[in-house]
Design a protein around this ligand. Structure first.
Ligand code: 5GP
Ligand code: ZN
Length: 140
């Protein structure tokens, strides 16, 4: 499905032109308009999915192998010290464009990008309970 009013549907399907970093039948990879660092790329599926929850398993299974390829190219191109591969689902998680996309961000020691969180403390018994509860959901 392609959504008429979706900017990433338009970019991924060539309605809005862009210089592709990579393209195949299922994906277009582009450079982010407002990058965290030079070379920050976005993997866009050509089909519209709001987020990971609505994505089919076959498309989802292709995302990480492609992310690895793009990350490898970025590492070679920029000789960066590290690469973030990240993907936001929902406004609360920082998603601003509601067409699934994966960020590939070159990182450097002491760069200005901030991808961080305040670390909470944990309690072993609670962690065990949480893990078991999630395990039950995943396994059913
Ligand atoms: P999110 O916050 O949803 O995970 O990331 C959305 C990303 O899309 C942002 O990094 C933003 O800079 C990028 N972006 C938004 N609109 C456009 C656009 O029209 N073209 C490109 N290339 N990137 C965009
Ligand atoms: Zn879309």
């Amino acid at each position: 499905m392609i959504k008429d009013d979706c900017i990433f549907c338009k970019i991924a399907n060539g309605v809005i032109p862009s210089a592709p970093v990579y393209e195949d039948d299922s994906f277009k990879v582009i450079l982010d308009l407002a990058p965290a660092n030079k070379g920050h790329a976005l993997i866009l599926p050509k089909q519209h999915f709001d987020n990971c929850f609505s994505m089919d398993d076959e498309t989802a299974s292709k995302v990480f192998p492609l992310a690895k390829k793009v990350a490898t190219a970025i590492k070679e191109e920029f000789n960066c010290d590290g690469v973030n591969i990240l993907q936001n689902n929902g406004e609360a998680a920082g998603q601003t464009v509601f067409h699934f996309h994966t960020h590939i961000i070159p990182r450097y020691k002491d760069d200005t990008a901030t991808i961080t969180w305040k670390q909470l403390t944990t309690e072993p018994a609670e962690q065990e309970k949480l893990a078991a509860s999630l395990n039950e959901r995943i396994s059913k």
